[in-house]
Write a protein that binds this ligand. Structure first.
Ligand code: HEC
Length: 303
């Protein structure tokens, strides 16, 4: 811009000046040493890149069945749809399986008797079930602890007093608490179902240590828990045939509920929020257009 209007002499001197500043600038920032950091950066990037690729590749190789367990298939749970609730009859049967089978080894620390009320059992049923267990309470007026029958506010009784006792009863392995197990494992209830129904003889060439059992869904393939569920292990009160997969499905539904008791309420709330908020959203569009109508339709004339 400037040089278009300047005289040839001024233009020349300006060109001269900018040329020399450019040269000077380059001269001052281009010492021989400046090449080195670039080379070093390049080499580092190459090393980092190759290592990352190597790790990715190594990870792919090790992401095999033996180390991480076979990926469980996805089962069509009645509660997995965005608007579907738990199958409560299944929760009730699942509680029966937990009580009669799993509770011999696994605790369920985060569930109290009262949580079952209105979900799978009536209040009277829950009171009767809780009363079958003795709970230590106290101290009484003499400072002594005493036993009393359970109440709905008590938490599910534990099979073992502490971790050491649990390990001692299971050849050194700790049966984990099942309250949050479907949240604590990849695959959730799909994994637990696949685990419970996936016991089989080890394939040729696979050695399983004494006291462990082969299960391809368990990371490492060898699990301390033996196969637990066999056909007709429990007798359902509603007459459902107690096949292995039926019991596994029911206990998984029960455990999914135990890990997320607010599930049904959450989906109902989400439904309400979606309906109300979309109504409000449409109204807000209408209101905006209403308020802006005079501004959008005005005509400004300058005189
Ligand atoms: C005889 C005792 C016993 C019974 C009964 C039992 N388990 Fe286990 N369970 C164990 C032990 C021990 C482990 C730990 C296994 C290990 O770490 O190798 C375990 C582990 C588990 C795990 C965790 C696996 C993992 O990924 O870490 C789940 C889930 C499980 N059991 C579910 C159940 C269910 C559901 C039932 C009832 C149908 C049940 N168990 C009955 C002893 C038992």
């Amino acid at each position: 811009m400037f040089s278009r209007f300047a005289s040839p002499a001024v233009r020349r001197s300006v060109q001269q000046f900018s040329k020399s500043t450019v040269q000077a600038r380059f001269a001052s920032t281009k010492p021989a040493a400046a090449d080195h950091p670039k080379k070093i950066t390049g080499v580092t990037a190459a090393i980092v890149g190759t290592t990352a690729l190597a790790y990715m590749y190594a990870d792919n190789v090790s992401a095999n069945m033996a180390d991480e367990g076979l990926h469980p298939p996805h089962y069509p749970w009645p509660h997995s749809g965005p608007l579907s609730t738990y199958d409560h009859a299944s929760i009730r049967r699942g509680y029966q399986v937990y009580r009669e089978v799993c509770s011999a080894c696994h605790s369920l620390d985060r569930i109290a008797w009262r949580n079952l009320i209105g979900v799978s059992h009536t209040e009277e049923e829950v009171k009767a079930m809780a009363e079958e267990f003795e709970y230590q309470d106290g101290p009484d007026e003499n400072g002594d602890m005493f036993d009393r029958p359970g109440k709905p506010s008590d938490y599910m009784p534990k099979p073992y007093a502490n971790e050491e006792a649990a390990r001692a009863g299971n050849a050194g392995a700790l049966p984990p608490d099942l309250s949050l197990i479907t949240k604590a494992r990849h695959g959730g209830e799909d994994y637990v179902f696949a685990l419970l129904t996936g016991y089989m003889d080890p394939p040729g060439g696979v050695e399983v240590r004494e006291g462990l059992n082969y299960n391809p869904y368990f990371p490492g393939g060898a699990i301390a828990m033996a196969r637990i569920l066999f056909d007709d292990l429990v007798e359902y009160e509603d007459g459902t045939p107690a096949t292995t997969s039926q019991m596994a499905k029911d206990v998984c539904t029960f455990l999914a509920w135990a890990a997320e008791p607010e599930h049904d309420e959450r989906k109902k709330m989400g439904m309400k929020a979606t309906v109300i908020l979309s109504g409000l959203f449409l109204m807000s569009i209408w209101l905006k257009r209403f308020k802006w109508a005079p501004i959008k339709t005005r005509k400004i004339v300058y005189k």
